[in-house]
Write a protein that binds this ligand. Structure first.
Ligand SMILES: [Zn+2]
Ligand SMILES: [Zn+2]
Length: 347
């Protein structure tokens, strides 16, 4: 098969022929129809992810068709249209037994712990625990965007954030996760303040239902601006970018007893992130982490997508062939992307 391979961190990857993957007994091989390009792929390529060993094939936001099935898989067969959460759970550890596959103790992540989906085929573990059926009327580019950013945003806003209609929700960072969060929170009846440094990202946020858009590139104090716009602070606030400054702005922009959800990944290379804990104590804030979403939690989200309440397909702004994936990956470092680029390995 053809795949995007890198031998050294930060060196432009190559598209070349590599051996086809084979399914584990509990796993499947999926023929990749679409795979999203994500900032985590860029971080992995830069050497910021300790799970990666070289040479490596990135890619973790995928959708496609089951090609081959391991002997122990009972729920899936070749030809099934599927996607997968970026956290693939083991199905048998205490967290999995409790239904919390998104924090599985023996998780694997395609594109991080093993070769990913910037390739014509990808192997996925524990298929019966992790695969999610893609409805026939959902295109693969849309389905690919569910596995990482959209499902992640859904869990952060709805399950971890416990959003309620009429609440103020601040979203710091309007990349893929942030724009998804804006759309989801607005669909839940919240009033959304979108914060970003890019006018294009804020334009998209407005289109996806943000009531207010805040340009964070100026000298103003972002947290103070959010508190002013919301009459005292957001009820729920997300750092969807993953940076010390956006984390602090998110916490400081909350009202008393507000909820901060950290959903943007904080790369280990940047060290430990300081959180304004004095404010958390004095105002009884909740500081909550959110990590992907388990496969069994997908059906309510899929139903909202099918009914048109949520439209993740709107996030997809470009579709590229595999040959253009290396350049697109490299370009992610410089540009703060607002839309979602999807790679189609067979085009
Ligand atoms: Zn991702
Ligand atoms: Zn597990």
């Amino acid at each position: 098969m053809r795949a995007v391979v890198f031998e050294r961190y930060g060196e432009t990857p190559e598209v070349r022929e590599v051996a086809d993957p084979r399914p584990a007994g509990h796993g499947v091989v999926v023929r990749v129809a679409a795979t999203g390009l994500c900032r985590s792929d860029w971080h992995g390529w830069q050497g910021h992810d300790p799970d990666i060993t070289l040479p490596h094939v990135p890619g973790h936001e995928l959708a496609g068709v089951v090609e081959a099935v391991g002997a122990g898989v009972t729920g899936w067969r070749p030809g099934d249209r599927v996607t997968v959460p970026f956290v693939c759970a083991c199905g048998s550890c205490p967290s999995c037994a409790a239904g919390d596959q998104q924090v599985c103790e023996r998780q694997t992540q395609p594109g991080f712990t093993h070769w990913g989906s910037f390739a014509q085929y990808v192997a996925l573990d524990h298929a019966d625990v992790n695969l999610v059926g893609v409805p026939d009327d959902m295109d693969f580019a849309t389905a690919a965007s569910l596995g990482c950013r959209f499902a992640t945003a859904f869990r952060a806003v709805v399950q971890q954030g416990r959003v309620a209609a009429g609440e103020w929700v601040a979203v710091h960072g309007c990349g893929g996760v942030g724009l998804s969060a804006v759309m989801i929170a607005a669909a839940c009846g919240a009033r959304v303040v979108a914060v970003d440094v890019s006018p294009e990202a804020l334009d998209l946020a407005r289109k996806f239902g943000a009531a207010h858009c805040l340009d964070a590139s100026g000298a103003q104090d972002t947290a103070e601006a959010v508190r002013e716009l919301t009459g005292g602070g957001a009820h729920l606030s997300l750092d969807a970018l993953g940076a010390p400054a956006t984390c602090a702005a998110s916490v400081n922009g909350l009202r008393r007893r507000g909820r901060h959800v950290q959903v943007g990944l904080l790369p280990s290379a940047d060290g430990t992130t300081a959180v304004p804990m004095a404010r958390a104590i004095g105002w009884e804030l909740e500081i909550i982490g959110s990590h992907g979403m388990a496969a069994h939690s997908y059906p309510p989200m899929l139903e909202l997508v099918r009914s048109g309440v949520l439209r993740p397909g709107l996030l997809v702004t470009a579709t590229l062939p595999l040959d253009r994936a290396p350049a697109a990956l490299a370009a992610m470092g410089a540009a703060r992307g607002s839309g979602v680029t999807v790679i189609a390995p067979w085009s």
